[in-house]
Design a binder for this molecule. Structure first.
Ligand SMILES: [Fe+2]
Length: 206
């Protein structure tokens, strides 16, 4: 079984002016592709551990993976899953904010949309080194904000990703240089709230 990157649901230049075409192209076709290639190579001799499983399922039960390749799967499998998720929840046609049940719960649990934005953004800007800022659903069905380092994923600690900001420098450095906060501010123009809402509604019901 081979793991793959998603088909990008927009053109490289369609996230401009917030994320430039060159960054999207290199991020998707080079960085993500490298995680895909490294992951598939790593798993070549370990097919019995992975057959029929999605990478999300594997990362959820990462202790089942042999110690010899476990950290490699965390790094490269996480790199594939995190990036596939990131690219899937961006769109050039963002509605700007969620509505319906997700919006209600952001208001009830996190103090409102602007407050949630501030918490996710602050976590992204202050994350030391490379990593990710997340809005997730925890196992009690509550919304939570968290960060992960490197390519660690909330899936490995039993949480469902709803929204993420990639704060590795490769996600923004060509356009924003050292100004990570500007990239974090601008990415809010790109979230696909219809997809994020559908994930929330699907998993909250479980
Ligand atoms: Fe990235």
């Amino acid at each position: 079984m081979k793991y793959e990157k998603i088909n990008l649901p927009y053109g490289y230049n369609e996230l401009e002016p917030y994320i430039d075409a060159e960054t999207v192209e290199i991020h998707y076709s080079k960085h993500l592709q490298t995680y895909v290639d490294n992951l598939n190579k790593l798993l070549e001799d370990y097919q019995t551990y992975t057959c029929g499983k999605t990478m999300e399922e594997i990362l959820k039960d990462i202790e089942d993976i042999p110690h010899a390749i476990r950290q490699g799967v965390i790094n490269n499998g996480g790199g594939v899953v995190n990036h596939n998720f990131y690219f899937s929840i961006l769109t050039p046609n963002s509605s700007g904010k969620p509505k319906g049940i997700l919006m209600n719960h952001i208001e009830e649990e996190l103090g409102g949309f602007e407050r949630m934005k501030e918490l996710v953004s602050n976590a992204a800007v202050s994350k030391f080194g490379s990593g990710w800022s997340w809005l997730v659903l925890n196992k009690f069905g509550d919304l939570e904000i968290m960060t992960t380092s490197n390519q660690d994923t909330p899936i490995s600690v039993g949480k469902v990703p709803l929204l993420t900001i990639d704060v590795w420098e490769h996600a923004y450095y060509l356009k924003y240089k050292n100004l990570r906060a500007e990239y974090v501010k601008n990415i809010w123009n790109l979230f696909n709230w219809e997809i994020i809402e559908s994930i929330y509604e699907k998993y909250r019901a479980k």
